[in-house]
Write a new protein. Sequence first.
Length: 491
Amino acid sequence: MLASLALVLFSAADPHAQYPLLHIGAKLNCSADGPCTKDDGADGNGKDYPFALTEADATALGAFSLIHMSPRRAAEVEKVHVVSKSPIVKYVESVPVCGGSGGQVTPYVVSCNDTHNFETGGYRKDARVYFAGNLTKGITEKATQLHLCLGVPFCCKRYATPLEPSTQKHGNYSTYTGKAYVTFLRIHNELMKIEATDTYPNPDPKLAALGAQCQRLTVVRGLDGSTPRAAEAGAAVLAPVMVKPVTWGTGPEASGHLPYQAEYSSEYAWASLANFTVDAVVQLGYDGAWFDSYSPNVNKDGADGGGLKVAVWNVAEGRPYTPREAMDSQKARLQKVWTYTKQQLGRYPTIWANNFEAWAPATKVGRHGTVTTPGDVELMVVSEGFRPFDGCSLEAWTGAAMTVEGKAAGCWAQRGNISDLMFRFTEQWASRCNTMIDAARKNLAVAAMTESAGCQSPMQTYWPAKVRTQIDLLHYASYLLTVMQKGGSGV
């Protein structure tokens, strides 16, 4: 057994079905001059014992038809390609050097040192935004102070968190090290750096009682070359969506790097993935790329300055996105990736997507009316003018989870004794099995992952044999049930 083996995957319609699919866990910590290491959970520092592929490991991988590895350690990945033989299909996960499970950092999600590059590249205009509030007074094109009252960015009378001032006082860009950052807002198509803030209760006592606040902001106009323009009272004040909650300020715990996410229809969103894919093929010898977090969403948890849920704003329409608009934007984005990569490579690369959980269309009736959500299956099926993904995965697809001492276990499950398995049948198992049945009927390539693509998968290497056997049998039996039942009617 490989020390680095995470789990075996099987595809509903793999072109080389006689070969199992292999997923290798990517939660590695690699220094510039040492081997990759993996945390044993004792202290959480990620540096407890080596986790590097040997030449023998790499040779053993030659029997597998899909190898999903992280590019964080190129030398380890290269060993696999040296011994690879046809029909091996190799993928690179779309996570840059600053990847992490807290927010799913991908090439179109900006974190770590990429924050500085995102800003200096002039891409702040491409950031996803949410409705923060409305101007209470009109402003001229030269005004440097503005007044706004914070609004409800999602629902349920939960008012937006006050906007934060920049800690970078000497320019318009966050520092590369993340010690100082630039915050900004958007009104129409103009970006403004937030220099200072003064926050006070909403003058309406009923709203103030609900926590509503207002702010007087000092700003620098025309950030990133945007054109300063007058704005009317009531104009929407927009702020960038954060991928995960931020610790503001200048103290040792401050986040520093601000985790932005690019608007689906923006240049940065498609170009980052396209260039990433080309680099994976040309520089690493991969056949393509594996895109994480591609399933379209119109709401984002932990996304305003205080970690509140927000509705993503459609700037062109002046309102929140609809699920249909988000899906269409993601489909158009994928076509741009296909077009560019073929132009650069002379052929289409292989591109998979991770975790299409919302597989089938769904209609929900809520307090704000009926909402219909397109299913992720649209991203997998050929339609007029649309080239779909070559395949996708389902993480933790049966809904099984491990427990430690009676409690749900996280990534570092070997910290204690894995006492049992916890099953969420009604939550995931039936829907995921039906997804696999539908994929098999449509002859679509869908890989069923035992656990997540992150740290939970390699942790299985350290599970007790009894627990490992239980979950392996559950997943394989579920897989057989879904793809080998001839003409089955669902689960």
